[in-house]
Design a protein around this ligand. Sequence first.
Ligand SMILES: Nc1ncnc2c1ncn2[C@@H]1O[C@H](COP(=O)(O)OP(=O)(O)OP(=O)(O)O)[C@@H](O)[C@H]1O
Ligand SMILES: [Mg+2]
Length: 310
Amino acid sequence: MNGSVPGGPGGEGIPSCAPGQQERRELLHVDCASHVYPDGTRGIHELCFRVYEGEIVALCGPNGAGKSTLIEHLNGLLQPSSGRVTVLGKETGGKGGAELWRFVGVVFQRSDDQLFAPTVLDDVMFGPLNLGLPPDQATRRARDALAAVGAPDLEAKMPAYLSGGQKRLVAIAGILAMDPLIIAFDEPTSDLDPVHGAVIEGIIRDLRDRRGKSVVLATHDLDLASRIADRVCLVKGGSLIADGSPREIFYNQDLLKAAGLLEPAPVRFFRDLCREYGIETTDRPLTLEEISRSPVFSRYGEGSGRKKLE
Ligand SMILES: Nc1ncnc2c1ncn2[C@@H]1O[C@H](COP(=O)(O)OP(=O)(O)OP(=O)(O)O)[C@@H](O)[C@H]1O
Ligand SMILES: [Mg+2]
């Protein structure tokens, strides 16, 4: 965690790549990349971004900020108009770029962009088959991935006839089945019901905690980002305007305002409560669980017979 907030509130972004973290292995580097779409729209502008081994990094920013454009550069789907993107030291547009999809999996914001096979099982098997696995192993991987996302009953369905949330689950399963080193999820929970949303949140945690993967998570759900991200990058106007820990970023009201974002609900609740009761604290809880453990409340609970939550 570098904990820096380079652009700061109202910042102009990072004009050139600041040095990365020495202590962690860098897997992916977006080096001052810009992308101009054919109609002249600027998708990202001199954007610098790194992904380290075994972390969940959240990309947060308002509509049209450039999050999806950035994500589509991570697996070489888009190439930068200027600057460069490297994965494990190899440039995505270079000779080593062709095999990039083995290392970086992207779950697109629009699931329809990802699903194309006649059945769900064919779709989820496509990646493992392309990796060279024999059909029986590819089938096993696909079924395991569908079970993991809570959609084992969909395997015989036609992707086109799935609901929006079901398509999302199948798209996520398709990437999980390939088992890449880095997985970028673009708004993975935006159309999921709360139960499936919690399943996907669990999968993302598991990818980091038990399987050592790196996850990039573009999301408007700042509550989700505050619960699971190790690092939060704020994107605005095609540039990264801040990069820091969830506590640094989500307790910086000026920065969030400059980015066009609202603080996560638990942060707002804790702030309002402290303001209401005139409590001054440096504590920065991010979840309801952390709020319940805050020294602020243990102090107020003393002598009241209130049990401390463990
Ligand atoms: N294919 C395209 N052609 C032209 N402009 C595009 C294209 N795709 C995206 N843009 C523009 O690029 C900018 C960044 O879009 P992008 O989709 O990356 O934003 P985003 O942060 O993902 O937004 P959202 O939160 O709505 O998903 C926007 O101004 C958008 O209109
Ligand atoms: Mg997007």
